[in-house]
Design a protein around this ligand. Structure first.
Ligand code: ASP
Length: 328
């Protein structure tokens, strides 16, 4: 049997960072360097390595990831069996989810990175890269969409989140835990996720700006009120609890829904936004009645990506609300 073919794209991140002259570490290594540091990778797959970016991941944008999605789609169309995207951990959850929305093939797309730089004692980048390649090359991971693989855990793009600033176990999957682990050189899945039931979303569409506004106790709404004047095309509200804002903000939320689509997520990051429990001013029933779209289990940052891509694809409000219901 010929080895599976993998595309490996390195975008930067700590996994690529070495000591810089200015102090601290900065991205320098490319995909070829990272592959050379993993003994045995050549027995897993035939790898095509590219290094389109060398950025810290806070500087990645959805435009960058849309270009990555195009590269992956072209590779899959040419017969490549899986893709590994290497990047900084700060935005892995967003990259993985954006690729989940944009690629939609049977072939696995796995995003990985490292919490420790390659010159640190106990650097885990090589182990993460090997695990990511094993998953991307596997039959087991086909049909699961985009995944994040770190610390030998396999996370679904829709659930994964960076939950710690420092530990190699930083990645968690809210609402259900990881889908599986990599052990003894192969993926072991405990559960699977269903394919996304969403309209197609394009990688070449011009991307509108979507704001993300987090609500805190005593918020008087002045930040949210500014959103329409700042050129945004939509807004995600990161609400309190099951999807709530202070009563004094409820009318304002209603005014904003008249101007642009407003999605309602929860800052608790776990559990769904409610749709039918609380009836006070500023509650989810009140806000949904004023036109907001609950995002289900989708985290605020992922809801922002979905709203951006849905607006870019020209979806009408009912279709956008339906897309969020797919995560309910
Ligand atoms: N700040 C780094 C980045 O996201 C952290 C990492 O790579 O883990 O690029």
């Amino acid at each position: 049997m010929p080895l599976p073919r993998l595309l490996m794209l390195s975008l930067g991140g700590t996994i690529t960072m070495t000591a810089s002259t200015g102090g601290g570490i900065a991205p320098t290594l490319g995909a070829e360097d990272l592959i050379a540091a993993v003994p045995g990778l050549g027995t897993v797959a035939r790898i095509e390595a590219r290094s389109p970016l060398r950025l810290p991941s806070p500087s990645l944008s959805l435009n960058h990831i849309a270009a990555v999605a195009n590269d992956i789609r072209a590779a899959f169309a040419a017969g490549v069996d899986g893709a590994v995207v290497i990047q900084g951990t700060d935005t892995i959850e967003e990259t993985a989810f954006a690729l989940d929305l944009l690629v939609r093939g049977e072939q696995p797309v796995v995003v990985t990175g490292a919490m420790r730089g390659p010159q640190s004692p106990g650097a885990e980048g090589p182990a993460n890269l090997l695990a990511a390649a094993l998953v991307a090359a596997s039959r087991e991971a086909r049909g699961l969409g985009a995944l994040a693989v770190l610390n030998d855990e396999i996370h679904a793009a829709r659930f994964v989140r960076k939950g710690h600033t420092a530990l190699t176990s930083a990645f968690v999957s809210d609402n259900g835990g990881p889908l599986g682990i990599v052990a003894e050189g192969r993926p072991r899945l405990f559960s699977r996720v269903a394919p996304l039931d969403l309209p197609p979303l394009g990688s070449d569409d011009a991307l509108p700006a979507v704001a993300l506004v987090k609500i805190a106790m005593g918020d008087d709404g002045r930040l949210l009120r500014a959103v329409p004047q700042l050129g945004f095309s939509g807004v995600v509200i990161e609400g309190l609890g099951a999807g709530h804002v202070p009563a004094g903000m409820a009318d304002l939320v209603g005014e904003i829904t008249a101007a642009m689509p407003v999605a309602l997520a929860t800052r608790t990051l776990s559990g769904p936004v409610f749709t039918g429990t609380y009836g006070y001013a500023g509650s989810e029933i009140d806000l949904i009645g004023r036109g907001v779209m609950p995002t289900g289990f989708l985290s605020p940052v992922k809801a922002r990506l979905l709203l951006t891509l849905a607006l870019a694809a020209g979806l009408e409000r009912e279709a956008i609300a339906g897309a969020f219901r797919a995560f309910g």
